[in-house]
Design a protein around this ligand. Structure first.
Ligand SMILES: Cc1ncc(COP(=O)(O)O)c(C=O)c1O
Length: 460
């Protein structure tokens, strides 16, 4: 099929794994999405297991092809993590980047080996550092001087070594939403390059014993579509590597973060992971040659580009408000609780009615809204759909990254379940939250206990 025809059909035709089945329903890897939506009256996150594996392989293969020295992938688990995802990473022999005790805990529970884990965070606590060092994770990416001091304390108390990368801010103004641009001039993340204290301080903590310096890290931000920003950052990192070499440091590793953008709307290009890795590798090889420095072990931390397009969210349409000349509203059974990105970053999405893929009815514009008590609870501002009725199944594409991980129980909506699909089969990998889950953390102090014969008591 030519790309243009695919564009006309919409985003689903450009993404992996989607097809229309004999019922005229949208299917993912042959699993009928209308059927999946009928399993619950709440939204459902669906991930294509094959696409997850393929995306990881694309990174691994491209690194093998374009980088002559060792290179590793550490999936950025903040994009999406549960036990099944952790187990899939382990099967695919890909490492994981964690940035909290919680993410580390899940990685451990998924049996990910310490040498496959690296830890981030701009304000790691002593407890988090202790847990990471006790487990013996591969690298801690140090964000600031205070963290180095804390790390020195923790390692010497535990009498355990730990290897570190320093997070450097290369100050590259990328094109993305400002909330997810992480290497801008006054970012809260990382050391500033002009902090000349770094070599001296590093020398001190390293000679005192337990901290081993391995190299540097940068992360430009997220949902970045132009490789040229990475070229600019690699130039700056190259200067810094040369500077550290001059100061007598042996820089073995360079971690250039994640950030590759994905397709969210019909007209968006689907990212070419292979090409992206090629550009980065070529630039790094050239830069190291120019600066006369050895090629470092290269590390990447992709998140969104692994899981984003591999996921979709299924909703049921409920109330419809025909607006006449005004807006037609179609409300779904979820919203900002399962996808905060729209309210947070004005993110744009597209979707289809999964049960009306072959409809010939004239399309009309709808504003798709959620069911939360906020005017900003909008999923899609304006989308052309066949006339909607209650019970239609609305699928939003490319929702695999930063949706489940940003989800909330606002209005006390239980979190949706998560399903992984394989060829013709599916598995629940996280159950939907129950109403009981919503109060499972709550405790009533004795003086607030209601001892009267309540309605609920009578029910039991
Ligand atoms: C340090 C770090 N590495 C990697 C990532 C993953 O970025 P993305 O999901 O855009 O690939 C992030 C996310 O912002 C991050 O903060």
């Amino acid at each position: 099929m030519k790309l243009q025809e695919k564009d006309e059909k919409g985003l689903w035709a450009k993404l992996k794994g989607y097809s229309i089945n004999e019922k005229g329903h949208l299917a993912l890897r042959g699993v009928d999405l209308v059927h999946l939506a009928s399993l619950s009256d709440r939204p459902l996150y669906v991930f294509d297991e094959l696409a997850l594996r393929e995306n990881l392989c694309l990174y691994k293969e491209a690194l093998k092809l374009f980088y002559p020295k060792p290179a590793s992938i550490f999936y950025a688990s903040k994009a999406f993590l549960n036990l099944a995802m952790g187990s899939l990473l382990k099967q695919e022999e890909v490492g994981i980047d964690v940035c909290s005790e919680g993410e580390l805990f899940i990685a451990q529970k998924a049996n990910i080996l310490p040498q496959d884990i690296i830890m981030h965070g701009n304000n790691k606590s002593e407890k988090e550092l202790t847990a990471a060092i006790k487990y013996g994770i591969k690298r801690i990416i140090v964000d600031n001087f205070d963290e180095l001091t804390l790390l020195e304390k923790v390692t010497s108390e535990l009498k355990r070594e730990c290897s570190v990368l320093l997070r450097i801010n290369p100050e590259v103004e990328v094109e993305t939403h400002k909330y997810i641009a992480t290497a801008v001039k006054e970012s809260k993340f990382g050391f500033y390059r002009d902090q000349n204290r770094i070599p001296e301080y590093l020398q001190k903590v390293c000679t005192r014993g337990f901290i081993k310096f391995k190299g540097i890290h940068f992360h430009l931000g997220s949902n970045i579509h132009k490789a040229s920003f990475y070229e600019e950052a690699i130039d700056k990192a190259g200067e810094y590597l040369a500077f550290l070499k001059d100061k007598g440091f042996c820089v073995e590793e360079l971690n250039i973060g994640g950030g590759l953008g994905i397709a969210y709307e019909d007209h968006d290009p689907v990212p070419d992971i292979h090409h992206f890795v090629k550009v980065l590798c070529e630039k790094l090889i050239l830069t190291c040659k120019k600066k006369n420095i050895d090629l470092p072990h290269l590390m990447l931390e992709p998140g969104r580009s692994i899981v984003g397009q591999a996921g979709c969210t299924l909703y049921n349409i409920g109330a419809i408000k025909e607006g006449g000349e005004a807006v037609h509203y179609a409300a779904v059974n979820g919203g900002m609780t399962d996808n905060l990105r729209i309210a947070l970053y004005q993110a744009k999405y597209t979707g289809v009615l999964a049960n009306k893929m072959t409809s010939s009815e004239k399309k009309r514009p709808y504003k798709i809204v959620g069911k939360c008590c906020e005017t900003g609870d909008v999923l899609i501002e304006n989308i052309q759909l066949p006339p909607c009725v209650a019970g239609d199944v609305f699928v939003v594409f490319s929702t695999g990254a930063y949706t489940h991980s940003l989800a909330s129980n606002y209005n006390k909506h239980p979190l949706p379940g998560i399903v992984f699909v394989r060829e013709g089969a599916y598995d629940y990998v996280s159950r939907e939250q129950s109403l009981e889950d919503l109060i499972s953390f709550d405790r009533i102090p004795p003086h607030l206990l209601d001892t009267s014969d309540t309605f609920l008591d009578k029910d039991e």
